[in-house]
Design a protein around this ligand. Structure first.
Ligand code: NAD
Length: 351
């Protein structure tokens, strides 16, 4: 089989005009290094930047010409040009800010994970619903071209019935706030791959099994390695395996892979920092491997794509993909994995 995969098949759809006014709250590393440059390149209308540390607000604002720069959330919320708040503070800081932002009638694109507990995340979803504002969670990995290319293949059916979704991740984040955050690797970083497993397969698991380990000399308060298995209804005939090692000391061997195995063929995505490569091989011509270089990154297309989805959803009056409600499912899966790793037992999920 020969697959004709074109960039138009997997590049995210971005809004055509600058659209709604965006106010950024929390101008730390992810905003200054990735989100703000992506919004600048995409031509989004960022009108205000707020951080408790003024120089960080200025750092983000430097991407956008004349914008309101403030250390006070109240000042940003009273600025009529702000219609959407990009909330990029840490999960434990979000709830009181969401209460204020939703009460001011502004829509929210929040960084993931929404909250440090499921109950708090549900409360955030309720607050936004009751205030009539849209809440989306920034799962920008769904808009990364490499992941959209895989999703395009899944939806096209060329691989046949996909019976195994397997992810392998290798990096090093045993430093900074990552190391201080309890369950960081599953709940904060790993939620990307948990969420992608739902995005690719379309299934919610029946049962979650996970195992983790600490490694010698690690600084992090929680395990740096995990493996999570998602089991589904037997009729789905599919299994997901997520393996994550975030303390690989050899950067040359950092990478991440998705293997999708189907009844007609297999796909392998290798997605190190830089250009992702997608390889395909089919049962009917096993000697052939087709390889595509996938242009684009999590940092630009990913973040431009997720904010683009928020702006398009508001324009079209619909719930965005990866809404707050949708995120609760991925978050439940993450907490179920932590519970399973802690108890040594499978956790019934009920999907
Ligand atoms: N989607 C991704 O790929 C990705 C990548 C990295 C981080 N993140 C998420 O983004 C969030 C932030 O991570 P980071 O690495 O940028 O953290 P960071 O500590 O660098 O930035 C957080 C910023 O929020 C500011 N802040 C806190 N409370 C505030 C308030 N009340 N008003 C205004 N500003 C306030 C802090 O001063 C700080 O500058 C986390 O939830 C993290 O999980 C997501």
């Amino acid at each position: 089989m020969f697959v004709d995969l074109q960039p138009a098949d997997y590049q995210p759809v971005l809004p055509s005009g600058p659209g709604y006014g965006i106010g950024i709250v929390g101008c730390g590393i992810t905003v200054c290094d990735s989100q703000a440059p992506a919004y600048k390149k995409a031509g989004y209308r960022v009108v205000a930047c707020c951080d408790r540390i003024e120089e960080r607000a200025h750092g983000a604002a430097a991407n956008f010409g004349r914008v309101l720069v403030t250390t006070e959330l109240e000042e940003l919320l009273s600025y009529p040009e702000v219609q959407v708040v990009d909330l990029a503070v840490h999960h434990h800081q979000r709830l009181p800010l969401v209460e204020q932002i939703a009460a001011a009638g502004k829509h929210i694109l929040s960084q993931k994970p929404l909250a440090p507990s499921l109950r708090e995340a549900e409360r955030i979803v309720e607050i936004c619903r009751d205030a009539g504002v849209t809440l989306m969670v920034n799962h920008q990995a769904r808009w990364a071209p490499s992941h959209r290319a895989l999703k395009f293949l899944v939806d096209s059916g060329v691989l046949g019935h996909i019976y195994a979704f397997t992810h392998v991740f290798r990096a090093y984040q045993d430093f900074g706030w990552y190391a201080e955050r309890e369950d960081f690797n599953i709940v904060d970083h790993g939620i990307h791959y948990i969420d992608l497993s739902r995005y690719f397969s379309g299934y919610t698991p029946l049962r979650v099994k996970a195992t983790t380990t600490m490694v010698p000399g690690q600084s992090a308060v929680s395990p740096m390695i995990y493996t999570i298995l998602f089991e589904y209804q037997p009729s789905c005939q599919v299994m997901t395996t997520l393996h994550f090692s975030n303390i690989v000391s050899a950067p040359a061997l950092h990478d991440q892979f998705w293997f999708l195995d189907g009844t007609h063929g297999s796909a392998l995505l290798s997605d190190p920092a830089g250009t992702a490569k997608l390889s395909l091989s089919f049962k009917d011509s096993p000697e052939q491997v087709q390889t595509f270089e996938i242009a684009g990154s999590w940092e630009y297309e990913g973040f431009a794509g997720s904010m683009g989805e928020m702006l398009l959803a508001l324009e079209e009056g619909r719930e965005p993909e990866s809404s707050g409600r949708d995120h609760l499912v991925s978050l439940r899966m993450a907490f179920a994995a932590v519970e399973s790793a802690n108890s040594g037992e499978g956790v019934e999920f009920g999907g």
